[in-house]
Write a protein that binds this ligand. Structure first.
Ligand SMILES: Cc1ncc(COP(=O)(O)O)c(C=O)c1O
Length: 461
């Protein structure tokens, strides 16, 4: 009998039993392992979340970089309830609703430069997929039908639908679905700590950015539609590019009429301490993909925002039959839009983006103290988007062998013993608490992580 069965056999909550959990498939999870000790959450407040056993966890990762304003936000819940009383659904295939219009207005007031056309959607993969289809059709509309290839980067994650996965550069997420879509190419990403070109910054002259121009040239500029990138490579341990990287990429895209797409599903809405990663890295894209923090997780919500010239290309007369040939049933859903309007208002009116910056630097400072354990090689962060890389040797920065799974052991200790939610990998863990976190709560978080590191070291040494 599993943990959940013990408490909930009887009492009207039998559905929580292991028997029923075994019928579920969760994301990327080995379900047999999960079912042995399932995490089943039922309540959240601020940075805290409780499981069905009444155990309290510190949400050190905002769900998964989602719940930026914290759990249990009454304003967002109230806005959603109000909308639900009026209208829960209308179809974007022939109509829209006031909340969706309000949300689009809000977004276009916030997006940089002339990114003032918006397509509302429901999830991150939908957004990146939409951005790439938009880029392809845009070039068709503009008389360049061969500009269809998408270039992206190894180690970047753009989602799981077939197009988004084709752009994703992580073999372990893809190999079982190969061959994927045609017309996708990858370049090596920036990663100064372990430069894939074996060079050192700044003498490298940012070769990782400049190589894009070579690849476009060898592919043929008239065959390349877009370049897509995560401003901070999250899924590979919070890799922050050198400051010159995106300005150089921007110039290369301009010279070659290649659209620049930012996947800001995570970096958007203040996670990096600025509203957009685009501001953090001094280069504005042509298409901006946002999701996760857009509704702070209160409803499935995402969007792509794009430049005037792209919007114009689809704004023909009826007789020309020009339209973006793409859509989703739940795009611009009234309740999700109400959640988005309320979540973004909460973020802006309470200065939470500034808070993400301030609490982020406090958290980074506290995490630096963990170098005393001798295995914390690098603490990388922008705002409240932080990665901690573990190394075998702090001086040479040599990694632990992957099979030692040090990061996984620390991560699992955090999750299951310290009750601190984090994301982890064999060599790093990621932290991204809600922006409302206080210094006292950060101290608790660091204490929990320190205990997890200490106990893991005792276990492996
Ligand atoms: C950078 C990035 N892009 C896209 C996605 C896909 O988003 P979703 O899971 O909402 O489809 C994710 C998900 O974590 C992500 O981190």
């Amino acid at each position: 009998m599993g943990v959940v069965d013990k408490t909930f056999s009887g009492g009207g909550r039998e559905y929580l039993s292991e028997k029923h959990i075994k019928k579920m498939f969760l994301d990327f999870l080995q379900m047999k392992e999960f079912a042995k000790n399932p995490l089943v959450f039922e309540k959240g407040e601020g940075v805290w979340i409780w499981d069905v056993m009444g155990e309290k966890y510190l949400d050190g990762i905002s769900g998964v970089w989602v719940v930026n304003v914290g759990h249990g936000n009454k304003r967002i819940i109230g806005a959603m309830k109000e909308q639900m009383d009026k209208l829960c659904f209308c179809s974007p295939i022939y109509s829209t609703n006031p909340k969706a219009i309000e949300l689009v207005k809000m977004l276009t007031d916030l997006t940089p430069e002339d990114l003032n056309s918006v397509k509302l959607l429901s999830g991150g993969s939908e957004a990146t997929e939409t951005a790439m289809k938009l880029a392809r059709q845009y070039h068709q509309q503009c008389g360049h039908p061969n500009k269809q290839k998408i270039i992206s980067r190894y180690l970047n994650f753009h989602g799981v639908t077939l197009g988004a996965l084709s752009a994703t550069g992580m073999a372990d997420r893809k190999w079982m679905f190969e061959p994927l879509c045609g017309g996708f190419r990858h370049i090596l990403p920036p990663y100064c700590l372990r430069c894939p070109y074996k060079m050192a910054y700044p003498e490298c002259d940012i070769v990782c950015a400049r190589v894009l121009e070579d690849v476009i040239k060898y592919e043929g500029a008239d065959t390349v539609a877009a370049f897509i990138a995560e401003p901070i490579q999250l899924s590979t341990g919070n890799i922050i590019p050198p400051p010159e990287y995106f300005p150089i990429i921007r110039e290369i895209c301009d010279r070659n009429e290649v659209l620049l797409i930012y996947d800001e599903i995570i970096t958007g809405f203040g996670r990096t301490g600025e509203l957009w990663g685009a501001q953090t890295f001094n280069a504005v894209p042509d298409i901006l993909c946002v999701g996760k923090g857009m509704s702070s997780g209160y409803a499935p919500l995402s969007a792509v925002a794009f430049r005037e010239k792209i919007g114009q290309a689809f704004w023909g007369d009826a007789k020309e039959g020009v339209h973006f040939a793409h859509g989703h049933t739940y795009a611009g859903n009234p309740v999700a839009s109400a959640a988005g309007v309320a979540a973004i208002s909460e973020l802006l009116e309470n200065n939470l983006i500034q808070r993400s910056k301030e609490m982020g630097s406090y958290l980074v400072g506290r995490l630096e103290e963990l170098k005393r354990f001798g295995i914390v090689g690098e603490v990388r962060g922008k705002g409240l988007m932080i990665g901690v890389e573990f190394v075998k040797d702090e001086k040479t920065m040599e990694s632990f062998p992957r099979e030692k799974n040090v990061g996984v052991k620390i991560g699992e200790n955090c999750m299951f013993k310290q009750k601190l939610l984090v994301r982890y990998n064999p060599n790093w863990i990621a932290l991204a608490p809600p922006f409302i976190i206080t210094k006292e709560e950060i101290d608790i978080l660091v204490e929990k992580l320190a205990t997890a590191i200490k106990e893991t070291l005792e276990e492996i040494n």
